[in-house]
Design a protein around this ligand. Structure first.
Ligand code: PLP
Length: 453
């Protein structure tokens, strides 16, 4: 028969059936995967097509990043134009207009409201780099204002902040931490997930705001004068869609303020419309000092991240002699021209199509559809907010995670991409999703959950 055509691009010397040996895959059980690979070949709108020509409905926006849907020509054209005009230019003691343009446009749309806009933008290459950047900015800021003893950074249990040494140190996932040394002096708030008091909740759990007081415990334990910042995901995504209890983020902000501790929101997932507002800052009305982003920033088309900083932090670091570099930090690809082009085109799409608020319109439908799975075998919790859902299954005692993984592979065979961590299924479709596609997600997933049990 016809060999599958993996590559859509012409004039590239790539084989249709490459060996799978050389690519050491990230966050993958390499041997298991390579025995039964799942290979995607093309993508358009809400769908991937695999190398055998099967269509797969994207229930996860790739990895939470393709918020405007796949194959956006406007982004591709902008990137192509930029690459043929100027492929690369350094951003150290040099500049190029498109990076300033993108930063200005992001600044105009930055979260935080008129008095506290987080509109000073530091570009990075990924979410992990954004996290490490924000932690370093926080520590540098504290030193700049005469608080040089504040070097400790606080994260939260069950937090995910990428895989840099900073990110895994403030992160709360044992598998990502156990074989590596950590940044000294980090500590963690308790996580906010309480299935006994909050389960099958639509939107924010009612109970648990007082968990923010755990920051007081860490202040009492370490001394406020040692703590630079606390970083949390407003909604923890990768660790299973854990929602903040009502009032929790407000309380955390107040405690951080009381002790001179900066608050960082990691919005790598929640940024750019996932909750039905541009940022979680807008959704919750709680303004941190720094916001980390990536993913939806460029619709996933080109790797890029950005840290949104408040002016007071930025301005505090703009001191000393003017010929001196203020922050000894940056990446070869900070402000990469092609990434900026992708980001600018992405912002235009978000705006013209109203995608950053579309999640709010669809949330009630989404929520009811997902919660209709309640009652299927082994489901012990369902959580929804904006266009995100977490569906938690009871674990098989002999094989934690196996049940959800089986559902994941079964759904893929039936043409639906979901994401699983442990025994939690996470869904986050592109923000262009239609009601009919939501129905498909729910029916295919429901069928799999029934079958696997
Ligand atoms: N922070 C959060 C909240 C994330 O969800 C992720 C990735 O999923 C990251 C950081 C890391 O981003 P990246 O994989 O681009 O380094």
């Amino acid at each position: 028969g016809n060999a599958p055509t993996i590559y859509q691009l012409e004039n590239l010397t790539m084989r249709n059936t490459p060996s799978l040996e050389n690519y050491w895959m990230p966050f993958t059980a390499n041997r298991q995967f390579k025995a039964v690979p799942r290979l995607l070949a093309s993508a358009e709108g809400m769908y991937y097509t695999d190398v055998d020509g099967n269509k797969i409905l994207d229930g996860t926006s790739g990895l939470w990043c393709v918020n405007a849907g796949h194959g956006r020509k406007r982004i591709a054209d902008a990137v192509a134009r930029q690459l043929t005009t100027m492929d690369y230019a350094p951003s150290f003691q040099m500049g190029h207009p498109i990076a300033f343009d993108f930063a200005e446009k992001l600044g105009e749309r930055a979260p935080g409201g008129p008095d506290a806009k987080l509109d000073r933008i530091f570009f990075t290459g990924s979410g992990s780099e954004s996290v490490d950047t924000a932690l370093k900015i926080a520590i540098a800021y504290q030193r700049a204002i005469g608080q040089g003893t504040r070097t400790r950074v606080i994260g939260r249990e069950r937090g995910y902040h990428g895989v840099g040494f900073g990110g895994i140190s403030v992160g709360g996932l044992v598998n990502n931490r156990r074989v590596f040394p950590m940044l000294p002096g980090t500590d963690h708030l308790r996580h906010t997930h309480n299935p006994e008091r909050n389960s099958f909740v639509k939107g924010l759990p009612a109970h648990g705001a007082e968990l923010a007081d755990d920051l007081e415990r860490l202040v009492a334990l370490h001394g406020a004068e040692t703590i630079a910042a606390v970083i949390v995901e407003p909604v923890a995504g990768s660790t299973g869609v854990l929602l903040p209890p009502q009032g929790y983020l407000e309380r955390l902000r107040a405690i951080a303020d009381r002790h001179g501790i900066l608050l960082i929101f990691d919005e790598v997932i929640t940024g750019f419309g996932r909750l039905g507002a541009p940022f979680a800052v807008d959704y919750f009305g709680v303004v941190p000092d720094l916001v980390t982003t990536a993913k939806g920033l460029t619709n996933g088309a080109i790797p890029m991240g950005a840290v949104f900083s408040s002016r007071h932090i930025h301005d505090a670091l703009m001191h000393g002699p003017e010929n001196q570099i203020e922050l000894f930090h940056g990446y070869t690809y900070s402000g990469h021209p092609a990434a900026c082009a992708a980001g600018l085109a992405t912002l235009e799409i978000y705006e013209e199509e109203g995608l950053l608020s579309r999640g709010a319109e669809l949330a009630p439908y989404w929520q009811d559809a997902i919660h209709s799975l309640n009652g299927l075998p082994n489901i012990i919790d369902i959580r929804t907010i904006g266009l995100v859902a977490g569906i938690e299954l009871s674990s098989r005692k002999d094989a934690p995670g196996a049940r959800a993984y089986e559902i994941f592979t079964d759904c893929f065979k039936k043409g639906l991409l979901i994401r699983v961590t442990g025994d939690i299924i996470a869904l986050s479709p592109p923000l262009i999703v239609e009601r009919g596609e939501i129905d498909t997600i729910v029916s295919v997933l429901g069928e799999s959950i029934r079958r696997i049990s």
